[in-house]
Design a protein around this ligand. Structure first.
Ligand code: SF4
Length: 439
């Protein structure tokens, strides 16, 4: 008889849905079925069960082939690589738990690493803007129970966060939102007609890269000067901007969710500065919040952990024995492109898939260790690939949802025999590095 495990947390996207249920075999070793997850969340659980999964580290040989090695050999290689490097990069940290992130920081301090996470290529500009302007925000629970006006700006949750709209933002009925979808005004700002846009009351197809102008035009409307706008701003007719702006003012509780369409288009952090100021202006009339749609399930946690430890959420330079922060100088792509690094350690992310090709080609020439349960484009350019347990499936631990609420993920089944967790592998590397350095 299968055993039903409830209250399982999905370790895929920043929505961190915590209502999943799993059927596992009665010996507790195999996941048989997963309930309530979206397609991408379910795939993460079922992929962990695949028969061709790696259970031993593998080292690249001179002829390009791979050879299986023991975890002890993998620990030794990694500890030597990081100890001997003058300027190593330790990158990723978004698809693992806070416990492993914290242990990774101890390793980084020991070797004076450049520490960076995936925010560097997604919401880093959001973090910079929040440091500049602050952030009026709330929790997803408040959205479900109070929000009657939702804007998705430069994001497509129908594909990237598939249960966000059904659990929190659009469809659910909450304490003060008993009519669910019918009681909410729903706006999408996106140059493309996405699947999310097809559900909305208003789709504003802003011209690519002109979000700053449209945000500024909304502020003009809020200040009662809408009539003075040009006939068209950023591809949107003045009448539509005024109509939507007036409805935003009249909302009871609104939220702007925004994604990489705004953070990684021209103007970058200045777009987010302006979006925060739009939210601030709206609080003169009503209650409004703003929230980034964080992608990896614990990228928020990485920023939180480093925030407590160093005061900075990404792009941290530990080479001087204390934390320095200067995105553009200490961000991973800039470090790689300038050829300043002599080793790369990747855990919990896939820069091989997400960094520019020119950077990946340079990474390929450096000693590189990749810790990942999967075979990925990054493992293809690594010299050592260390498979580990799936966090949220085979090991629990803390993760931060996109609204910065910490959620305890649960272990559902055991990892294959002998396979280490991220934290265990890092701890072994840390202990070996202490021996090498005599500290
Ligand atoms: S929306 Fe995100 S967290 Fe929720 S089930 Fe889908 S992938 Fe998992």
């Amino acid at each position: 008889m299968p055993v039903r495990v409830t209250d399982v947390v999905c370790p895929f996207c920043g929505t961190l849905c915590d209502d999943l249920e799993c059927d596992i075999s009665d010996d507790g070793k195999k996941i048989l079925e997963i309930y309530n997850a979206c397609a991408i969340g379910a795939e993460k659980f079922m992929h962990s069960q695949s028969d061709d999964r790696l259970v031993l580290p593998r080292m690249r040989q001179e002829d390009g082939t791979w050879k299986n090695v023991s975890y002890e050999e993998a620990v030794e290689y990694t500890a030597q690589m990081l100890s001997n490097a003058v300027k190593p990069l330790m990158y990723g940290w978004s698809s693992t738990n806070c416990e492993a992130q914290s242990m990774g920081s101890k390793v980084g301090e020991l070797c004076g690493a450049q520490m960076d996470n995936t925010a560097t290529v997604c919401h880093g500009s959001t973090l910079i803007a929040i440091q500049d302007a602050g952030v009026p925000t709330c929790t997803l629970g408040e959205i479900k129970n109070r929000a009657d006006f939702i804007i998705f700006w430069g994001c497509n949750p129908a594909h990237a966060h598939p249960r966000h709209m059904s659990r929190y933002s659009i469809f659910p009925r909450g304490f003060f939102t008993g009519k669910g979808h019918k009681g909410r005004t729903f706006v999408v700002v996106d140059p493309r007609h996405t699947d999310t846009a097809s559900l909305t009351d208003y789709h504003l197809p802003v011209e690519q890269g002109r979000d700053y102008e449209l945000l500024s035009a909304l502020r003009v409307v809020f200040h009662g000067e809408g009539d003075r706008l040009p006939e068209v701003v950023a591809g949107i007719p003045k009448e539509t901007i005024i109509e939507v702006g007036e409805k935003m003012k009249a909302a009871r509780f609104g939220c702007i969710f925004f994604g990489m369409g705004v953070t990684q288009s021209i103007s970058k952090n200045h777009n987010i500065d302006m979006a925060i100021n739009v939210t601030r202006d709206l609080n003169e009339f009503s209650k409004w919040s703003i929230m980034p749609m964080r992608g990896h399930y614990n990228v928020t946690g990485s920023g939180e952990v480093w925030g407590w430890q160093y005061g900075y959420p990404f792009c941290i330079d530990l080479s001087r024995g204390y934390a320095r922060y200067n995105p553009g100088e200490s961000s991973s792509n800039d470090l790689i492109e300038r050829g300043e690094l002599d080793a790369v350690f990747v855990l919990g992310s896939d820069p091989g898939a997400h960094f520019p090709f020119s950077a990946v080609k340079k990474m390929n020439k450096l000693p590189c260790v990749c810790v990942d349960p999967h075979i990925t484009p990054t493992t293809v350019v690594a010299d050592l690939h260390v498979p580990v347990a799936f966090v949220g499936v085979e090991v629990g631990g803390c993760a931060y949802r996109m609204d910065s609420v910490p959620i305890e993920t649960h272990k559902v089944v055991d990892p294959p025999e002998g396979v280490l967790t991220d934290e265990e592998f890092l701890e072994k590397v840390y202990e070996r590095m202490k021996e090498i350095k005599g500290v």
